[in-house]
Design a binder for this molecule. Structure first.
Ligand SMILES: C[S@@+](CC[C@H](N)C(=O)[O-])C[C@H]1O[C@@H](n2cnc3c(N)ncnc32)[C@H](O)[C@@H]1O
Length: 251
């Protein structure tokens, strides 16, 4: 897994623009084509398969406009969605049907800082297309491990390297086509996001790197799907630092 911390001044500027733009991206996020549309059913299905009782708790870390959180609440999971972008959270709250208000809540939280939740709080944790945007993926994986129950499910979607099949101009035109209101503000948001995606050195993962990172963080990988993104389903098995088997060399 490559480390996304910005190194030069230019990289730092791009990093800050990229981070800053998320607050506004909520205005256009749901109109953009994206991998989330393809993986929504898969993610819900995977958690339903892992569910052993009703009302299990899910954390959706980096929930954006709440598409996954709301879909899981409809399946009677109890869900907390967190994101650091208030624009995304506002959209998520507006979209939540009234009858689901007791099942899903949205909170502001920055994944570059420790999570506010107690140890072993959640049965499942999903984080879809988010790890490329955090400063230290290994730190947040250790936090995901902490807040999950033993045997809990971690489901991550990770970006693959850009295949370069579309030029920057084509990418912008393609995304603009999907906007319902093509105002100057909405169009600018699309261009800024495309710049971030294409020119900022976003980290990407191979399936092997994802497996290694998760094993190091105390998860057993159960399944890896490789489509537009890499989707990994894993289970919390132990922590590297307090597992007696590891200390006495039995691994
Ligand atoms: C590509 S979007 C994915 C949103 C949602 N998971 C989905 O698939 O529709 C990435 C999300 O991560 C959030 N994000 C990025 N960095 C974050 C951070 N440090 N802490 C919390 N959320 C963050 C962004 O605000 C954005 O909503």
């Amino acid at each position: 897994m490559s480390q996304p911390l910005p190194k030069s001044e230019t990289q730092r500027l791009l990093w800050n623009l990229y981070r800053g733009s998320w607050g506004l991206q909520g205005r256009v996020w749901d109109e953009q084509p994206g991998p989330w549309r393809d993986s929504l059913q898969y993610v819900v299905g995977a958690l339903l398969e892992r569910r052993v009782k009703p009302d299990e708790w899910v954390l959706d870390a980096g929930c954006g406009t709440g598409n996954y959180a709301i879909a899981l609440a409809k399946e009677e999971f109890s869900v907390i969605g967190t994101d650091f972008a208030t624009g995304m959270l506002t959209k998520a709250r507006q979209k939540t049907p009234e009858d689901l208000a007791g099942r899903v809540t949205f909170k502001r939280a920055d994944l570059n800082t420790p999570l506010e939740f107690d140890d072993a709080r959640f049965d499942h944790l999903i984080s879809i297309s988010v790890l490329q945007a955090v400063a230290d993926p290994f730190f947040i994986l250790s936090e995901f491990h902490r807040v999950l129950k033993p045997g809990g499910t971690l489901l991550l979607s990770l970006p693959r390297p850009n295949d370069g099949s579309r030029s920057f101009g084509e990418l912008v035109r393609y995304r603009l086509c999907h906007l319902k209101r093509r105002t100057a503000c909405e169009s600018l948001l699309v261009v800024v996001k495309a710049c971030g995606d294409r020119f900022y050195d976003n980290p990407s993962w191979t399936a092997q790197q994802a497996r290694y990172a998760l094993a190091s963080a105390g998860f057993e990988v159960l399944a890896v799907g490789e489509g537009q993104q890499i989707i990994v389903v894993a289970e919390k098995v132990h922590s590297n630092w307090d597992d007696p088997g590891r200390c006495n060399g039995s691994y």
